[in-house]
Design a protein around this ligand. Structure first.
Ligand code: ATP
Ligand code: MG
Length: 347
């Protein structure tokens, strides 16, 4: 469905300092000056320090952190709504920081689309007219605009709502319009800054499900910001955690839950439902192919393995790799140890 190939994003040695003499402050920050010191001694705000991330092409990269940690500052560098103090933002092999105004305009229009926390729908336009907006700006002909918008509205579950106005829709429905509008752009990169944070918990989970279902087809490079760990773990192929402008840890959800880099992240992850994060491959016993057993994929989650084991009425499940080959077995004791580790952290 995505016509354009997925493209990766490489953030390299990115620094952002807010204030009149930002460039002069980089050396101090490089030498370890903290955000508080920089503010107190020099009246500058440390936005980001030495951020390096490889965001996978066609994957969901989550950026997590508390308020003020630098999440929005980071995502706004990707379409250069913010200029870095130093560093590179390489998208599909090209450094966005070096683009001239014309190149940047083209890049923003065709390579990126944004979904905002506050929906940002135009109140005097109906749902269809809101959804075609980006295509109108791109100068796409009207028939193609309507065709694409209608298709995406259907995909997000809004068929029949085309003529409604934003104020006639619930928050969740408005955000579906926001998502359809972004997808109609057919840009390979989707930037979502706290896009679901304003929604009620159940609606929020619905929106996550819609996004995950769509992503199976669209395979866009999605940068998704949240301060919610459950949302991060559910959506993120990779998760990066920021604190006070520093990158404190990055990896898969499982990496972070199983090996939190410090006490700060430990405190984030200790209440997580590990059955929804840890994969069968982590707890299985290698080898020992079990003839006649029900099988489960090695990348399945422990919760699903437990359910399947109960349903199969056997003591073990056969674990298979992506090609369906047997690679090991798993039993309920291993699954339970994975979900409730003895030491509280490591398995
Ligand atoms: N234009 C600016 N001028 C000065 N300081 C700024 C500016 N924009 C952001 N900051 C500061 O940079 C830091 C990071 O802000 P940012 O908005 O990126 O945080 P965030 O993680 O997105 O927070 P939130 O969860 O509240 O949205 C904060 O200390 C903020 O006050
Ligand atoms: Mg923010």
């Amino acid at each position: 469905m995505a016509d354009k190939p997925a493209i990766g994003i490489e953030i390299r040695k990115l620094y952002k300092i807010f204030g009149p003499n930002a460039a002069e402050m980089v050396a101090r920050v490089e030498n370890g000056m903290t955000k508080t010191e920089l503010n107190e001694k020099h009246g500058h705000v440390l936005g980001l320090r030495d951020i390096n991330i490889s965001m996978p092409a066609g994957g969901i990269q989550v950026i997590m952190g508390l308020s003020g940690s630098g999440k929005s500052t980071l995502i706004r560098h990707i379409n250069r709504l913010i200029d870095p103090t130093s560093g590179e933002v390489v998208v599909g092999g090209e450094d966005v920081v070096k683009m001239n105004p014309d190149q940047l305009r083209e890049f923003r229009r065709h390579q990126t689309a944004m979904v905002f926390q506050k929906f940002a729908l135009l109140p005097h336009r109906n749902v269809l007219e809101n959804t075609v907006y980006g295509l109108e700006v791109q100068g796409v002909d009207r028939a193609s605009q309507v065709k694409s918008a209608t298709m995406w509205l259907e995909r997000v579950g809004l068929k029949g709502f085309e003529k409604k106005y934003p104020n006639q829709l619930s928050g969740g429905m408005q955000q579906r319009v926001g998502l359809a509008r972004a997808l109609a752009n057919d840009a390979p990169i989707l930037l979502m800054d706290e896009a679901f944070s304003a929604l009620d918990p159940l609606i929020r989970v619905d929106m996550q499900t819609i996004l995950l279902d769509l992503q199976k087809d669209i395979r866009k490079t999605i940068v998704f910001i949240t301060h919610d760990l459950d949302e991060a773990l559910r959506l993120g192929d990779r998760i990066a955690i920021l604190r006070d402008g520093n990158m404190v840890q990055q990896g898969t959800g499982q990496d972070i839950v199983m090996n939190p880099a410090d006490g700060y992240i430990q405190s984030f992850v200790e209440h997580v439902n590990r059955g929804k994060v840890i994969r069968v491959s982590t707890v299985m016993k290698q080898g020992g192919a079990g003839e006649g057993l029900a099988s489960i994929a090695s990348d399945a989650l422990l919760d699903d393995a437990a359910r399947q084991l109960i349903a199969s009425n056997a003591t073990h499940l056969q674990v298979t790799d992506a090609a369906g080959r047997p690679v090991g077995t798993v039993d309920m004791a291993a699954i339970t140890r994975g979900i409730f580790p003895a030491g509280g952290g490591q398995i």
